[in-house]
Every structure is written in C-alpha cells, then in structure tokens.
Design a protein around this ligand. Structure first.
Ligand SMILES: NC(=O)c1ccc[n+]([C@@H]2O[C@H](COP(=O)([O-])OP(=O)(O)OC[C@H]3O[C@@H](n4cnc5c(N)ncnc54)[C@H](OP(=O)(O)O)[C@@H]3O)[C@@H](O)[C@H]2O)c1
Length: 212
C-alpha cells in the first residue's frame, strides 16, 4: 500500500475552489478549520434552526443555509451522521453544481448504495483515521493524522487529484494518505468499531459487573 505525503501531492486542484462542509460536528468542525488554515475557501452548510451557527461564526468561518452553501461549491463534503446521509443527499442533490465533487469521510453510504450520486459528479473518500478533535490538534501542532482515500466516480478525470489535495489541506499528508476503496474503508471501520473498540469494552463491562 503506497503512502503519499505532502511532497507527493499537488495542492493546486483545490486552490481557487470553494468547499462546502455539510455538518459542523466532530469531523465537520475540524475539517472546516484545517481547510481554512490551509488557505482554502470554505463555507459551512447548516440545517435550518440549528444552534451550530454561533459556533461556526465564533470559529471565524462563513456559514450559509444548506441549499446555498452546496449550490455555490465546487467540492461538497458530507460530514453528517451516516444514518441521515441518504435523506440529506436527496435534499441537496438538485442544488449541486454540474460536475461538482462530492466527498465522504466514511465509505458506508456509497458502499451500501444508500447514496447513489448523480452521474456527472466526482465522488471521493477522504477518511481521517481518528476523531475530529485529534485531527485538529495534530494540525495545530504541525503534525497530521493518517487518512485513507478512494475514488468511486471520476467524471472529470481529476477526482484522484481532488481527493489528495483535500487530504493535504486537512494536514493528513504530513502523516500519510493511503489508497483504499469505499468497501475496504467501510468494512474495516465497522469491524474495528464492532469487534476491536466496542467488543472488548462490552466484555470488560460484563466482567466488571460480575459479583466477585
Ligand atoms: N466522529 C469520528 O470520529 C469520525 C472519524 C472518521 C470519519 N467519520 C465520519 O465522518 C462523518 C461525520 O461524522 P461525525 O461524527 O462528524 O458526525 P456528527 O458529529 O454526529 O455530525 C453532527 C453534524 O451533523 C449535522 N446534522 C445531523 N443531522 C442532520 C440533518 N438531518 N441535516 C443536516 N445536518 C445534520 C448536525 O447539525 P446541527 O449542527 O444542527 O446539530 C451537526 O452539525 C460520518 O460519515 C462518519 O462516519 C467520523
């Protein structure tokens, strides 16, 4: 598996492009802030009535309602909970620009076809391998978090370059970008969370709750 770092990645595909971050939670906040500090034009798209707008503004970022954020963007990054991804994609699809790039940080929605992107779109995966708080703090320290990348649809012929430039702007190129696929990232992540992270936790809780 080839590991690409900043020296291998051209930042140009994102320069002068507008990136809409959809969702301002664990990943959305960290990714939006890292992109902005890397000199990328970022807008955060938020649902109506959200309380997150105050936080976005306090972080020095631009925010807009979802429909205008995505309609004005060259790259739209989907950073909402996986269980709402399909419904939300259905809402925003008519607003996406012809030939825009649609990004994900987890393979599930595409691998299981919960989201079937329009054919004119580029579709890429950039999955940092850790929580947003660490993605941000590593970036601030001049370090980076390892990430997986993949392309599911390449209508422009430049989806690979967009995915890599996106990962570089997140600071992940300081640690390394590893080529993967939506299927591999999804299955490895589900296995890791189910069997490695939460499996032992549940076993420990069961053991701890047994009378001695
Ligand atoms: N968390 C991690 O450590 C991690 C690591 C790697 C990859 N990922 C992936 O990154 C993606 C985002 O995960 P996350 O943990 O960052 O999610 P999250 O923190 O739960 O996302 C919360 C954000 O989503 C917005 N949201 C929720 N439902 C919505 C809806 N129906 N319409 C519009 N916006 C909605 C929330 O809006 P409000 O602000 O209005 O509440 C909030 O801004 C997922 O694909 C996940 O698998 C996560």
């Amino acid at each position: 598996m080839k590991r690409l770092t900043d020296a291998d990645i051209d930042p140009a595909p994102l320069l002068g492009k507008r990136v809409a971050i959809v969702g301002y939670g664990n990943q959305g906040r960290a990714q939006a802030r890292n992109l902005k500090d890397s000199g990328i034009e970022v807008v955060v798209g938020l649902r109506e009535g959200t309380s997150s707008a105050v936080r976005v503004v306090a972080d020095g970022l631009e925010q807009e309602p979802l429909s205008s954020a995505v309609s004005g963007a060259d790259v739209v990054m989907m950073l909402v909970p996986d269980e709402v991804m399909a419904g939300l994609y259905g809402e925003i699809e008519p607003q996406l620009r012809d030939g825009a790039a649609l990004g994900f940080s987890h393979g599930l929605a595409i691998h299981f076809a919960f989201v079937r992107p329009r054919e004119d779109l580029d579709v890429f995966l950039l999955a940092p391998k850790g929580p947003g708080t660490a993605l941000r703090s590593l970036y601030e320290r001049g370090e980076g978090m390892i990430a997986l990348w993949a392309v599911a649809q390449d209508r422009s012929g430049k989806a690979r370059e967009t995915a890599l430039a996106y990962g570089r702007a997140l600071g992940c190129g300081r640690a390394g970008l590893l080529e993967s696929s939506f299927a591999e990232e999804c299955e490895a992540d589900l296995f890791n969370e189910g069997a490695v992270v939460w499996g032992p936790c549940q076993s420990c809780l069961l053991l701890a709750s047994r009378p001695s």
